[in-house]
Design a binder for this molecule. Sequence first.
Ligand SMILES: Cc1ncc(COP(=O)(O)O)c(C=O)c1O
Length: 400
Amino acid sequence: MPFLSDTLARVKPSPTIAVSNLAAELKAQGKDVIGLGAGEPDFDTPQNIKDAAVAAINAGKTKYTAVDGIAELKQAIVAKLKRDNDLDYTTAQVTVGTGGKQILYNALMATLNPGDEVIIPAPYWVSYPDMVLLAGGEPVFVEGPSQTGYKITADQLDAAITPKTKWLIFNSPSNPTGAGYTAAELKALTDVLLKHPHVWVMTDDMYEHLVYDDFEFATPAQVEPQLMDRTLTCNGVSKAYAMTGWRIGYAAGPEDLIKAMRKVQSQSTSNPCSISQWAAVEALNGPQDFLAPNNETFKRRRDLVVSMLNEAEGIDCPTPEGAFYVYPSIHGCIGKTSAAGTKIDTDETFAKALLEESGVAVVFGGAFGLSPAFRVSYATSDENLKEACTRIQDFCAALT
Ligand SMILES: Cc1ncc(COP(=O)(O)O)c(C=O)c1O
């Protein structure tokens, strides 16, 4: 009898973590490596949020809380969803977990039965398919190629829906591409969902506040209020508030679903960290004025990276609407050989050779379900980005 579960055998370890580990190993050997793999802002958590956490500690708010969040945080989330998204939820329709990741996991564990299908547009955030598999479901991929800005169309969505479809997981702006759907593009998708009343939508709005130029963020229940009773609106404080280590995510949706998610959490982790919850109250209720200057910085870096990567031979890099990632396609590099003699037959060999020969760590597109490409996180200094993009240009120029 095998010791490890069959369910776990269906799941692969996170490839983004594998890249970070290899980069760390090379650094430890004294190699000069620039990491473009990180999925978190390089800004510090704003001071008012840290102060709220210290105040919570000093006030003794250090004990168990209600399983899925303190009332004050749920109220702050209800207010945020009204203020930013024009969505009307009650606190009974809100749940708080240990990061956005746990929220998505709770929802899948609470709803999937063997054979249930979950539609995942590709390229996708690495954890979606594996979380679906862990929960016993079947991921169904729909590819949004670079030609459509890495977005899927209404016809593609319609064609992917079967009687077994339970969820569409929707993520805009996206990790790994930064692609953001306009309200009109999203409406075309929600129109399809209206035709299929058995399909629910789990929207991962984690990068909502990180949008550039004139792009306006939109979320499914906002563009199609008729979907309110089968939408789970997921979000968190990790990215916009530079709070990845604090581990607070949340969702709002129909009360029965929220109760079921709470049940999963009550028998696994119980409440998210009490101190982090008080910090998140301050993040959501406090001043939001640091967002604009942070976004200016991100936009400047995005423009720098897009223009430098487009100058590299064989690389084509679309300009994304948001998040802090770009997803250049490397069709023009496949089949070539690197200066050190590596045959570039996949984006994985490209990323490995780039790391070993030029000291730049990126994540290969295969990890996100759309090849040949790679993901760059531009949440690092302009100086690092310039040096990394110059190395990528030189690496590509040396391909024969
Ligand atoms: C699209 C997306 N959703 C969810 C998460 C998870 O967020 P958290 O750190 O709050 O668990 C991430 C983090 O990388 C992400 O990129």
